[in-house]
Design a binder for this molecule. Structure first.
Ligand code: ADP
Ligand code: ZN
Length: 332
């Protein structure tokens, strides 16, 4: 799991063992930064959400100021224990990088090379976790939702963009960067001639099946496209190809599909059938037997998976700070 304390200042240690944290007064806060909207959340988990504030993701300075205003208000009313940011990407998660905590090469106009985590961590002054929106949502599913007890699973968002958070052996994957499965190239369904809408790759899966891609290929907003429109076959086929790759790489035992486009619930069954057809019996696992109804599923936390992802990152950031003194004492 990839959470890093905000580096603007070293994370404060818990004051003393004689001063236990009281969940009634000391809360976690988080921000899910999406391509279309931002959700600020205050609480300790799904059963204790004290406040939620949504705002559109607009011009970056204006959006960040609005987020800061919400955080300032919450800090005036409550003591925060930790803070989490689950962001659309790509983001820089390399701890040694001078642009750690930045959104980097996003196609979203005006948001390229934007400091998110260092700036907001400075503002709140508590241990801060930062990760992709999908890694956050996946960690929330593991902590509180439909992946409790699982070590290997994935969360996919199909919304303004497409992103995949893969948890392997209980941790999100990170190498030279976080993974970017939303931009893989997939085999196209025959007859699908849409050029694709990704400014970097054209017909990568995000360019074929994200909400804006569906609108670009049909001229109709994805939310208004009738369930029997032929474009859904192309979308379901493309998404099943993404899942084919996921099954063959990180081998998750469950895949959660969230994001605005998955409000089209007919997509679940179409994707299951396309995936079954595509895998063609090659991978033998109980999870892939029968109709994949337990394998391709909606998030256990529903539409709260994303915002709760930010709280999960906050909880992990706090845990790291609490564990750090124990670890350094152990090596003394
Ligand atoms: P974000 O990407 O900001 O996290 P969402 O996951 O809600 O937000 O994705 C928003 C996108 O989802 C919209 O741009 C739209 O294309 C699509 N969308 C929203 N509602 C629906 C719906 N009911 N059916 C299909 N697509 C939808
Ligand atoms: Zn792309």
């Amino acid at each position: 799991m990839r959470v890093s304390p905000g580096r603007a200042r070293p994370p404060p240690r818990p004051k003393s063992r004689a001063e236990p944290l009281s969940p009634s007064t000391k809360l976690l806060a988080g921000v899910e930064l999406g391509g279309t909207k931002c959700v600020c959340i205050l609480g300790t988990g799904p059963d204790d959400v004290r406040a939620i504030e949504r705002l559109p993701t607009g011009e970056r300075e204006d959006t960040l100021r609005q987020i800061e205003a919400v955080l300032d208000r919450w800090r005036a009313q409550h003591t925060l224990r930790a803070f989490g940011i689950a962001s659309f990407g790509p983001i820089d998660l390399r701890p040694a990088s001078s642009t750690y905590g930045y959104i980097t090469s996003t196609p979203k106009p005006g948001w390229k090379d934007t400091d998110i985590s260092q700036r907001l961590a400075r503002r709140v002054g508590v241990p801060t976790g930062f990760d992709t929106d999908v890694n956050g949502a996946a960690l929330a599913e593991g902590r509180w939702g439909g992946a409790k007890g699982l070590d290997d699973f994935a969360y996919v968002t199909i919304g303004t963009g497409i992103g995949v958070g893969s948890i392997v052996r209980g941790r999100s994957i990170f190498g030279m960067s976080h993974t970017e499965l939303g931009h893989i190239r997939v085999a196209r369904k025959s007859g699908d001639r849409f050029a694709g809408s990704c400014p970097y790759h054209g017909d990568c899966i995000e360019g074929l099946a994200s909400g804006p891609a569906i609108e670009a290929r049909t001229g109709i907003p994805a939310s208004k496209l009738p369930a029997d429109h032929a474009a859904w076959d192309f979308v379901a086929h493309g998404l099943a190809q993404l899942m084919h790759t996921m099954v063959l790489t990180t081998a998750p035992s469950r895949i959660f599909l969230g994001g605005g486009v998955m409000a089209q619930s007919h997509l679940f069954e179409r994707i299951r059938q396309e995936l079954k057809r595509s895998l063609n019996g090659y991978v033998q696992a109980p999870e892939l037997e029968q109709g994949l109804a337990q394998f391709i599923v909606p998030p256990g936390l529903g539409t709260m998976a994303g915002p709760l992802g930010a709280l999960a990152l906050a909880a992990d950031a706090e845990l790291r700070v609490i564990k750090a003194p124990i670890a350094s004492a152990a090596t003394r």
